[in-house]
Design a protein around this ligand. Sequence first.
Ligand SMILES: [Zn+2]
Length: 245
Amino acid sequence: MNAKRLLALVVLLTTMGSLAGCGRTFLIGRDQEIQIGREAAEDFERRNPVDRTSERARWMARIGNRVAEAAQPPEYPYEFVLVREDVNNAFALPGGPIYVYDGLIDTLEADEDRVAWVCGHEITHVRQQHAIQRVERAMGAQLLIQWLLGGATERDIATAVAGLSIQAYSRSNEFEADRLGVRFAAEAGYDPTAAIPVLDTFRELQGRDPSDFEILFHSHPGSTDRRDAVIEFIEENEYQGRYYP
Ligand SMILES: [Zn+2]
């Protein structure tokens, strides 16, 4: 074991108890976070029909990049990639890769304000490190220690991350992503009230299509709670738009 890893292990063992619920990642640094996300993205892209070149893919990426600029710092290498599948979903991997499905864009009637809020929501899962914290929690101490000792590779971790996409975020993570999504969309010049019709759509779809994992799968918090919280945030910040005058 080299000195750096030994030190990391000591720190890990002495601080683990107090870390629970502390909110920021501690064990995984920014570079590793980005690396883990990249590996998981490669893994995802081997198995799914991704699209970076069509007109719709470039349109969606332009919206995402504009919203991402409003969300900096902290800096992450965001990338917005279309997935050519008729699924109502979008999700983020740690460190920057964000995937939006064709089916969701259709459902949102390819409305740029609505897509901007979805991008802002997913950006928040990266920026506030919800995505990597979920990885840390799910990996648990055993895999982390193994990795620190050199017994687990980044690919093992990436595989663990890829499987995580089907797990829900916590209630507070979702509310934060909804609120900051509104803020970043507004700062990027999109109509921040577009969050309201998106959440209405989710509520309609929720009963129909439980296979959709990130946005729609959540039974907690319910879409009604999320809608109420978003309206409260819009009022507090005096945001205006087509859907909430
Ligand atoms: Zn979310």
